[in-house]
Design a protein around this ligand. Structure first.
Ligand code: NAG
Ligand code: NAG
Ligand code: NAG
Ligand code: NAG
Length: 371
C-alpha cells in the first residue's frame, strides 16, 4: 500500500513537472512586439505532439532532454531546445509555444494559450498524407495540422471577433519545417507513390505542399517562414548504412526540394495578395558547417552524440537500450541518428532570424516578422 502511494506521488510530481515544462510558454512572454508563432512540420519542430500518439516516432524518454529544464524528456528530439524553440527564443520567447494536443486537453488555459501561439508539428510526418505511417505508425501529416489550425482559427474568431481575429492571424508568423520524411519514405520504397520516378514524386510533393500553404493563406495567414530540408543523406541514420559516407541521392532531393519550394513560394506571392515569405536554405546552412566544422565550434559532424551502433546512427537515443551518450554535446552537430543538437539548432535559428540571402531569402525571419 505504502509503495503504491509513493509511486502515485511520484507520478503526480512527474505530471506537475511535465505540465510546467510543456506550458513554460505561459510563464515566459516574448518581447513586447514579438510575433505570435504558429508552428507546423515534423520532428525538427515537434515539442511533444507525438507523446499523445500511437507512434514509434517519440522522444519522451532519456537521454532526450538531458540539457532541458530538470533534464526532462518533453518529446523534443534534442538534448535541449530544438529548432522551433530556438527560433522562438530569437524572438524573445523562452521556448516554442506548446503542442496543440496539450492545449486541447487543458480547457482552462486553452483560450488564453492560443493567443500566445500553438505548435502543431508531429515527428515522422510529411507533406503527403501517408508519409511516415509505415515506418512510424500514427503521425499527424501537414494537412491535418492545417485542419487543427483551422479549428484554432474558429476559436480565435470566437474570442476576438472576426475583424480582430483576422488582423491577429495576418500578423502572426507561420513557421513550417517539413519534407525530409517524404523523401526518406521514397528512398525506403515506403511511400504510397512507389510507382513514381524521383522527378514526378518531387512534383507531387510540391503540388501537395502548395495546397497546404494556400489553405493556411485562406485561413488568414500572411507571413510564412519556411525551412527547407537539410542534407538528409548525411545524417548518421543514413551514412551509417553507407560506410560513413553521405548518400548523394538523398542530398540531391534536398537541393531539388529547396529550388522547387522557392518556385512555389514565389508563385504564391505573385498570385495571393499580401503573401510574404522567407525561405531558409538548410542544405546550404548545413553544408557550410560540414565544410569547416571548427569555425563553428564543432569537432564531430559525422556520428551522433547519442545512439548505438556504427556512428551511433543505427538506433535512436534510448537510454533504456544502453545508448551511448557523448560528454561534450556542444561539439556535436548531430544529437541522435536524425536530429541536430541544441547548439546546432541555435546556430540554425540565428541564421534564419538574421542571416544573409545565401542562407535565407528573399528576406530573413526578423525582416518577415517586423515588416
Ligand atoms: C474551438 O473550436 C472548435 C471547432 O470549431 C470547437 O469544437 C471547440 O469546442 C472550440 N474550443 C474552445 C475551447 O472554444
Ligand atoms: C518497391 O515496392 C514495390 C511494392 O511493394 C515492389 O514491387 C518493388 O519491387 C519495390 N522496389 C524496390 C526498388 O525495392
Ligand atoms: C543493457 O546493459 C545491461 C547491463 O550491461 C544488460 O543487462 C542489458 O541486457 C542491456 N540492455 C540492452 C537492451 O541491451
Ligand atoms: C537580416 O536580419 C538582420 C537583423 O534583423 C538585418 O539587420 C539584416 O539586414 C538582414 N540581413 C540581410 C542580408 O538581409
Amino acid at each position: 500500500m505504502a509503495s503504491f502511494a509513493s509511486n502515485n506521488y511520484g507520478l503526480v510530481l512527474l505530471f506537475v513537472l511535465y505540465s510546467l515544462a510543456m506550458l513554460g510558454m505561459q510563464v515566459a512572454n516574448g518581447t513586447k512586439d514579438a510575433p505570435t508563432l504558429f508552428i507546423f512540420g515534423d520532428s525538427t519542430f515537434d515539442v511533444g505532439t507525438n507523446n499523445f500518439l500511437m507512434s514509434k516516432s517519440k522522444a519522451n524518454f532519456p537521454y532526450n532532454g538531458i540539457d532541458f529544464y530538470h533534464s526532462f524528456p518533453t518529446g523534443r528530439f534534442s538534448n535541449g531546445f530544438n529548432t522551433a524553440d530556438q527560433i522562438a527564443r530569437q524572438f524573445g520567447y523562452q521556448q516554442s509555444p506548446p503542442p496543440f494536443l496539450t492545449l486541447e486537453r487543458n480547457r482552462y488555459i486553452f483560450q488564453k494559450s492560443i493567443l500566445q501561439g500553438v505548435n502543431f508539428a508531429s515527428g515522422g510526418s510529411g507533406i503527403l498524407r501517408d508519409t511516415g505511417s509505415l515506418e512510424w505508425g500514427e503521425v499527424i501529416f501537414l494537412g491535418n495540422q492545417v485542419e487543427q489550425f483551422s479549428s484554432v482559427r474558429d476559436n480565435l474568431t470566437e474570442i476576438l471577433g472576426p475583424v480582430k481575429a483576422a488582423t491577429f492571424v495576418s500578423k502572426a508568423l507561420f513557421l513550417i519545417s517539413v519534407g525530409s520524411n517524404d523523401f526518406f519514405d521514397f528512398a525506403r520504397n515506403e511511400s504510397g507513390s512507389i510507382h513514381l520516378g524521383a522527378e514526378e514524386y518531387l512534383a507531387v510533393v510540391q503540388l501537395t505542399y502548395f495546397s497546404h500553404i494556400k489553405k493556411l493563406y485562406e485561413l488568414g495567414a500572411r507571413k510564412f517562414g519556411i525551412v527547407s530540408i537539410a542534407p538528409i543523406g548525411c545524417c548518421p541514420a543514413v551514412s551509417s548504412l553507407n560506410g560513413g559516407k553521405c548518400v548523394k541521392a538523398l542530398n540531391d532531393f534536398a537541393v531539388a526540394f529547396h529550388s522547387t519550394t522557392r518556385d512555389l513560394l514565389q508563385r504564391l506571392s505573385y498570385e495571393l495578395e499580401g503573401f510574404q515569405f522567407s525561405l531558409g536554405n538548410s542544405f546550404v546552412m548545413t553544408t557550410t558547417i560540414l565544410k569547416s566544422p571548427s569555425s563553428f565550434g564543432f569537432k564531430e559532424t559525422r556520428s551522433a552524440c547519442c545512439g548505438s551502433g556504427y556512428l551511433n546512427g543505427q538506433v535512436g537515443c534510448i537510454k533504456a537500450q544502453n545508448a551511448s551518450l557523448c560528454a561534450k554535446r556542444k561539439e556535436f552537430l548531430f544529437w541522435d541518428w536524425f536530429h541536430p543538437t541544441e547548439i546546432a539548432s541555435e546556430l540554425a535559428a540565428k541564421t534564419l532570424f538574421g542571416g544573409g540571402i545565401e542562407f535565407v531569402s528573399p528576406i530573413n525571419f526578423s525582416q518577415l516578422a517586423y515588416s
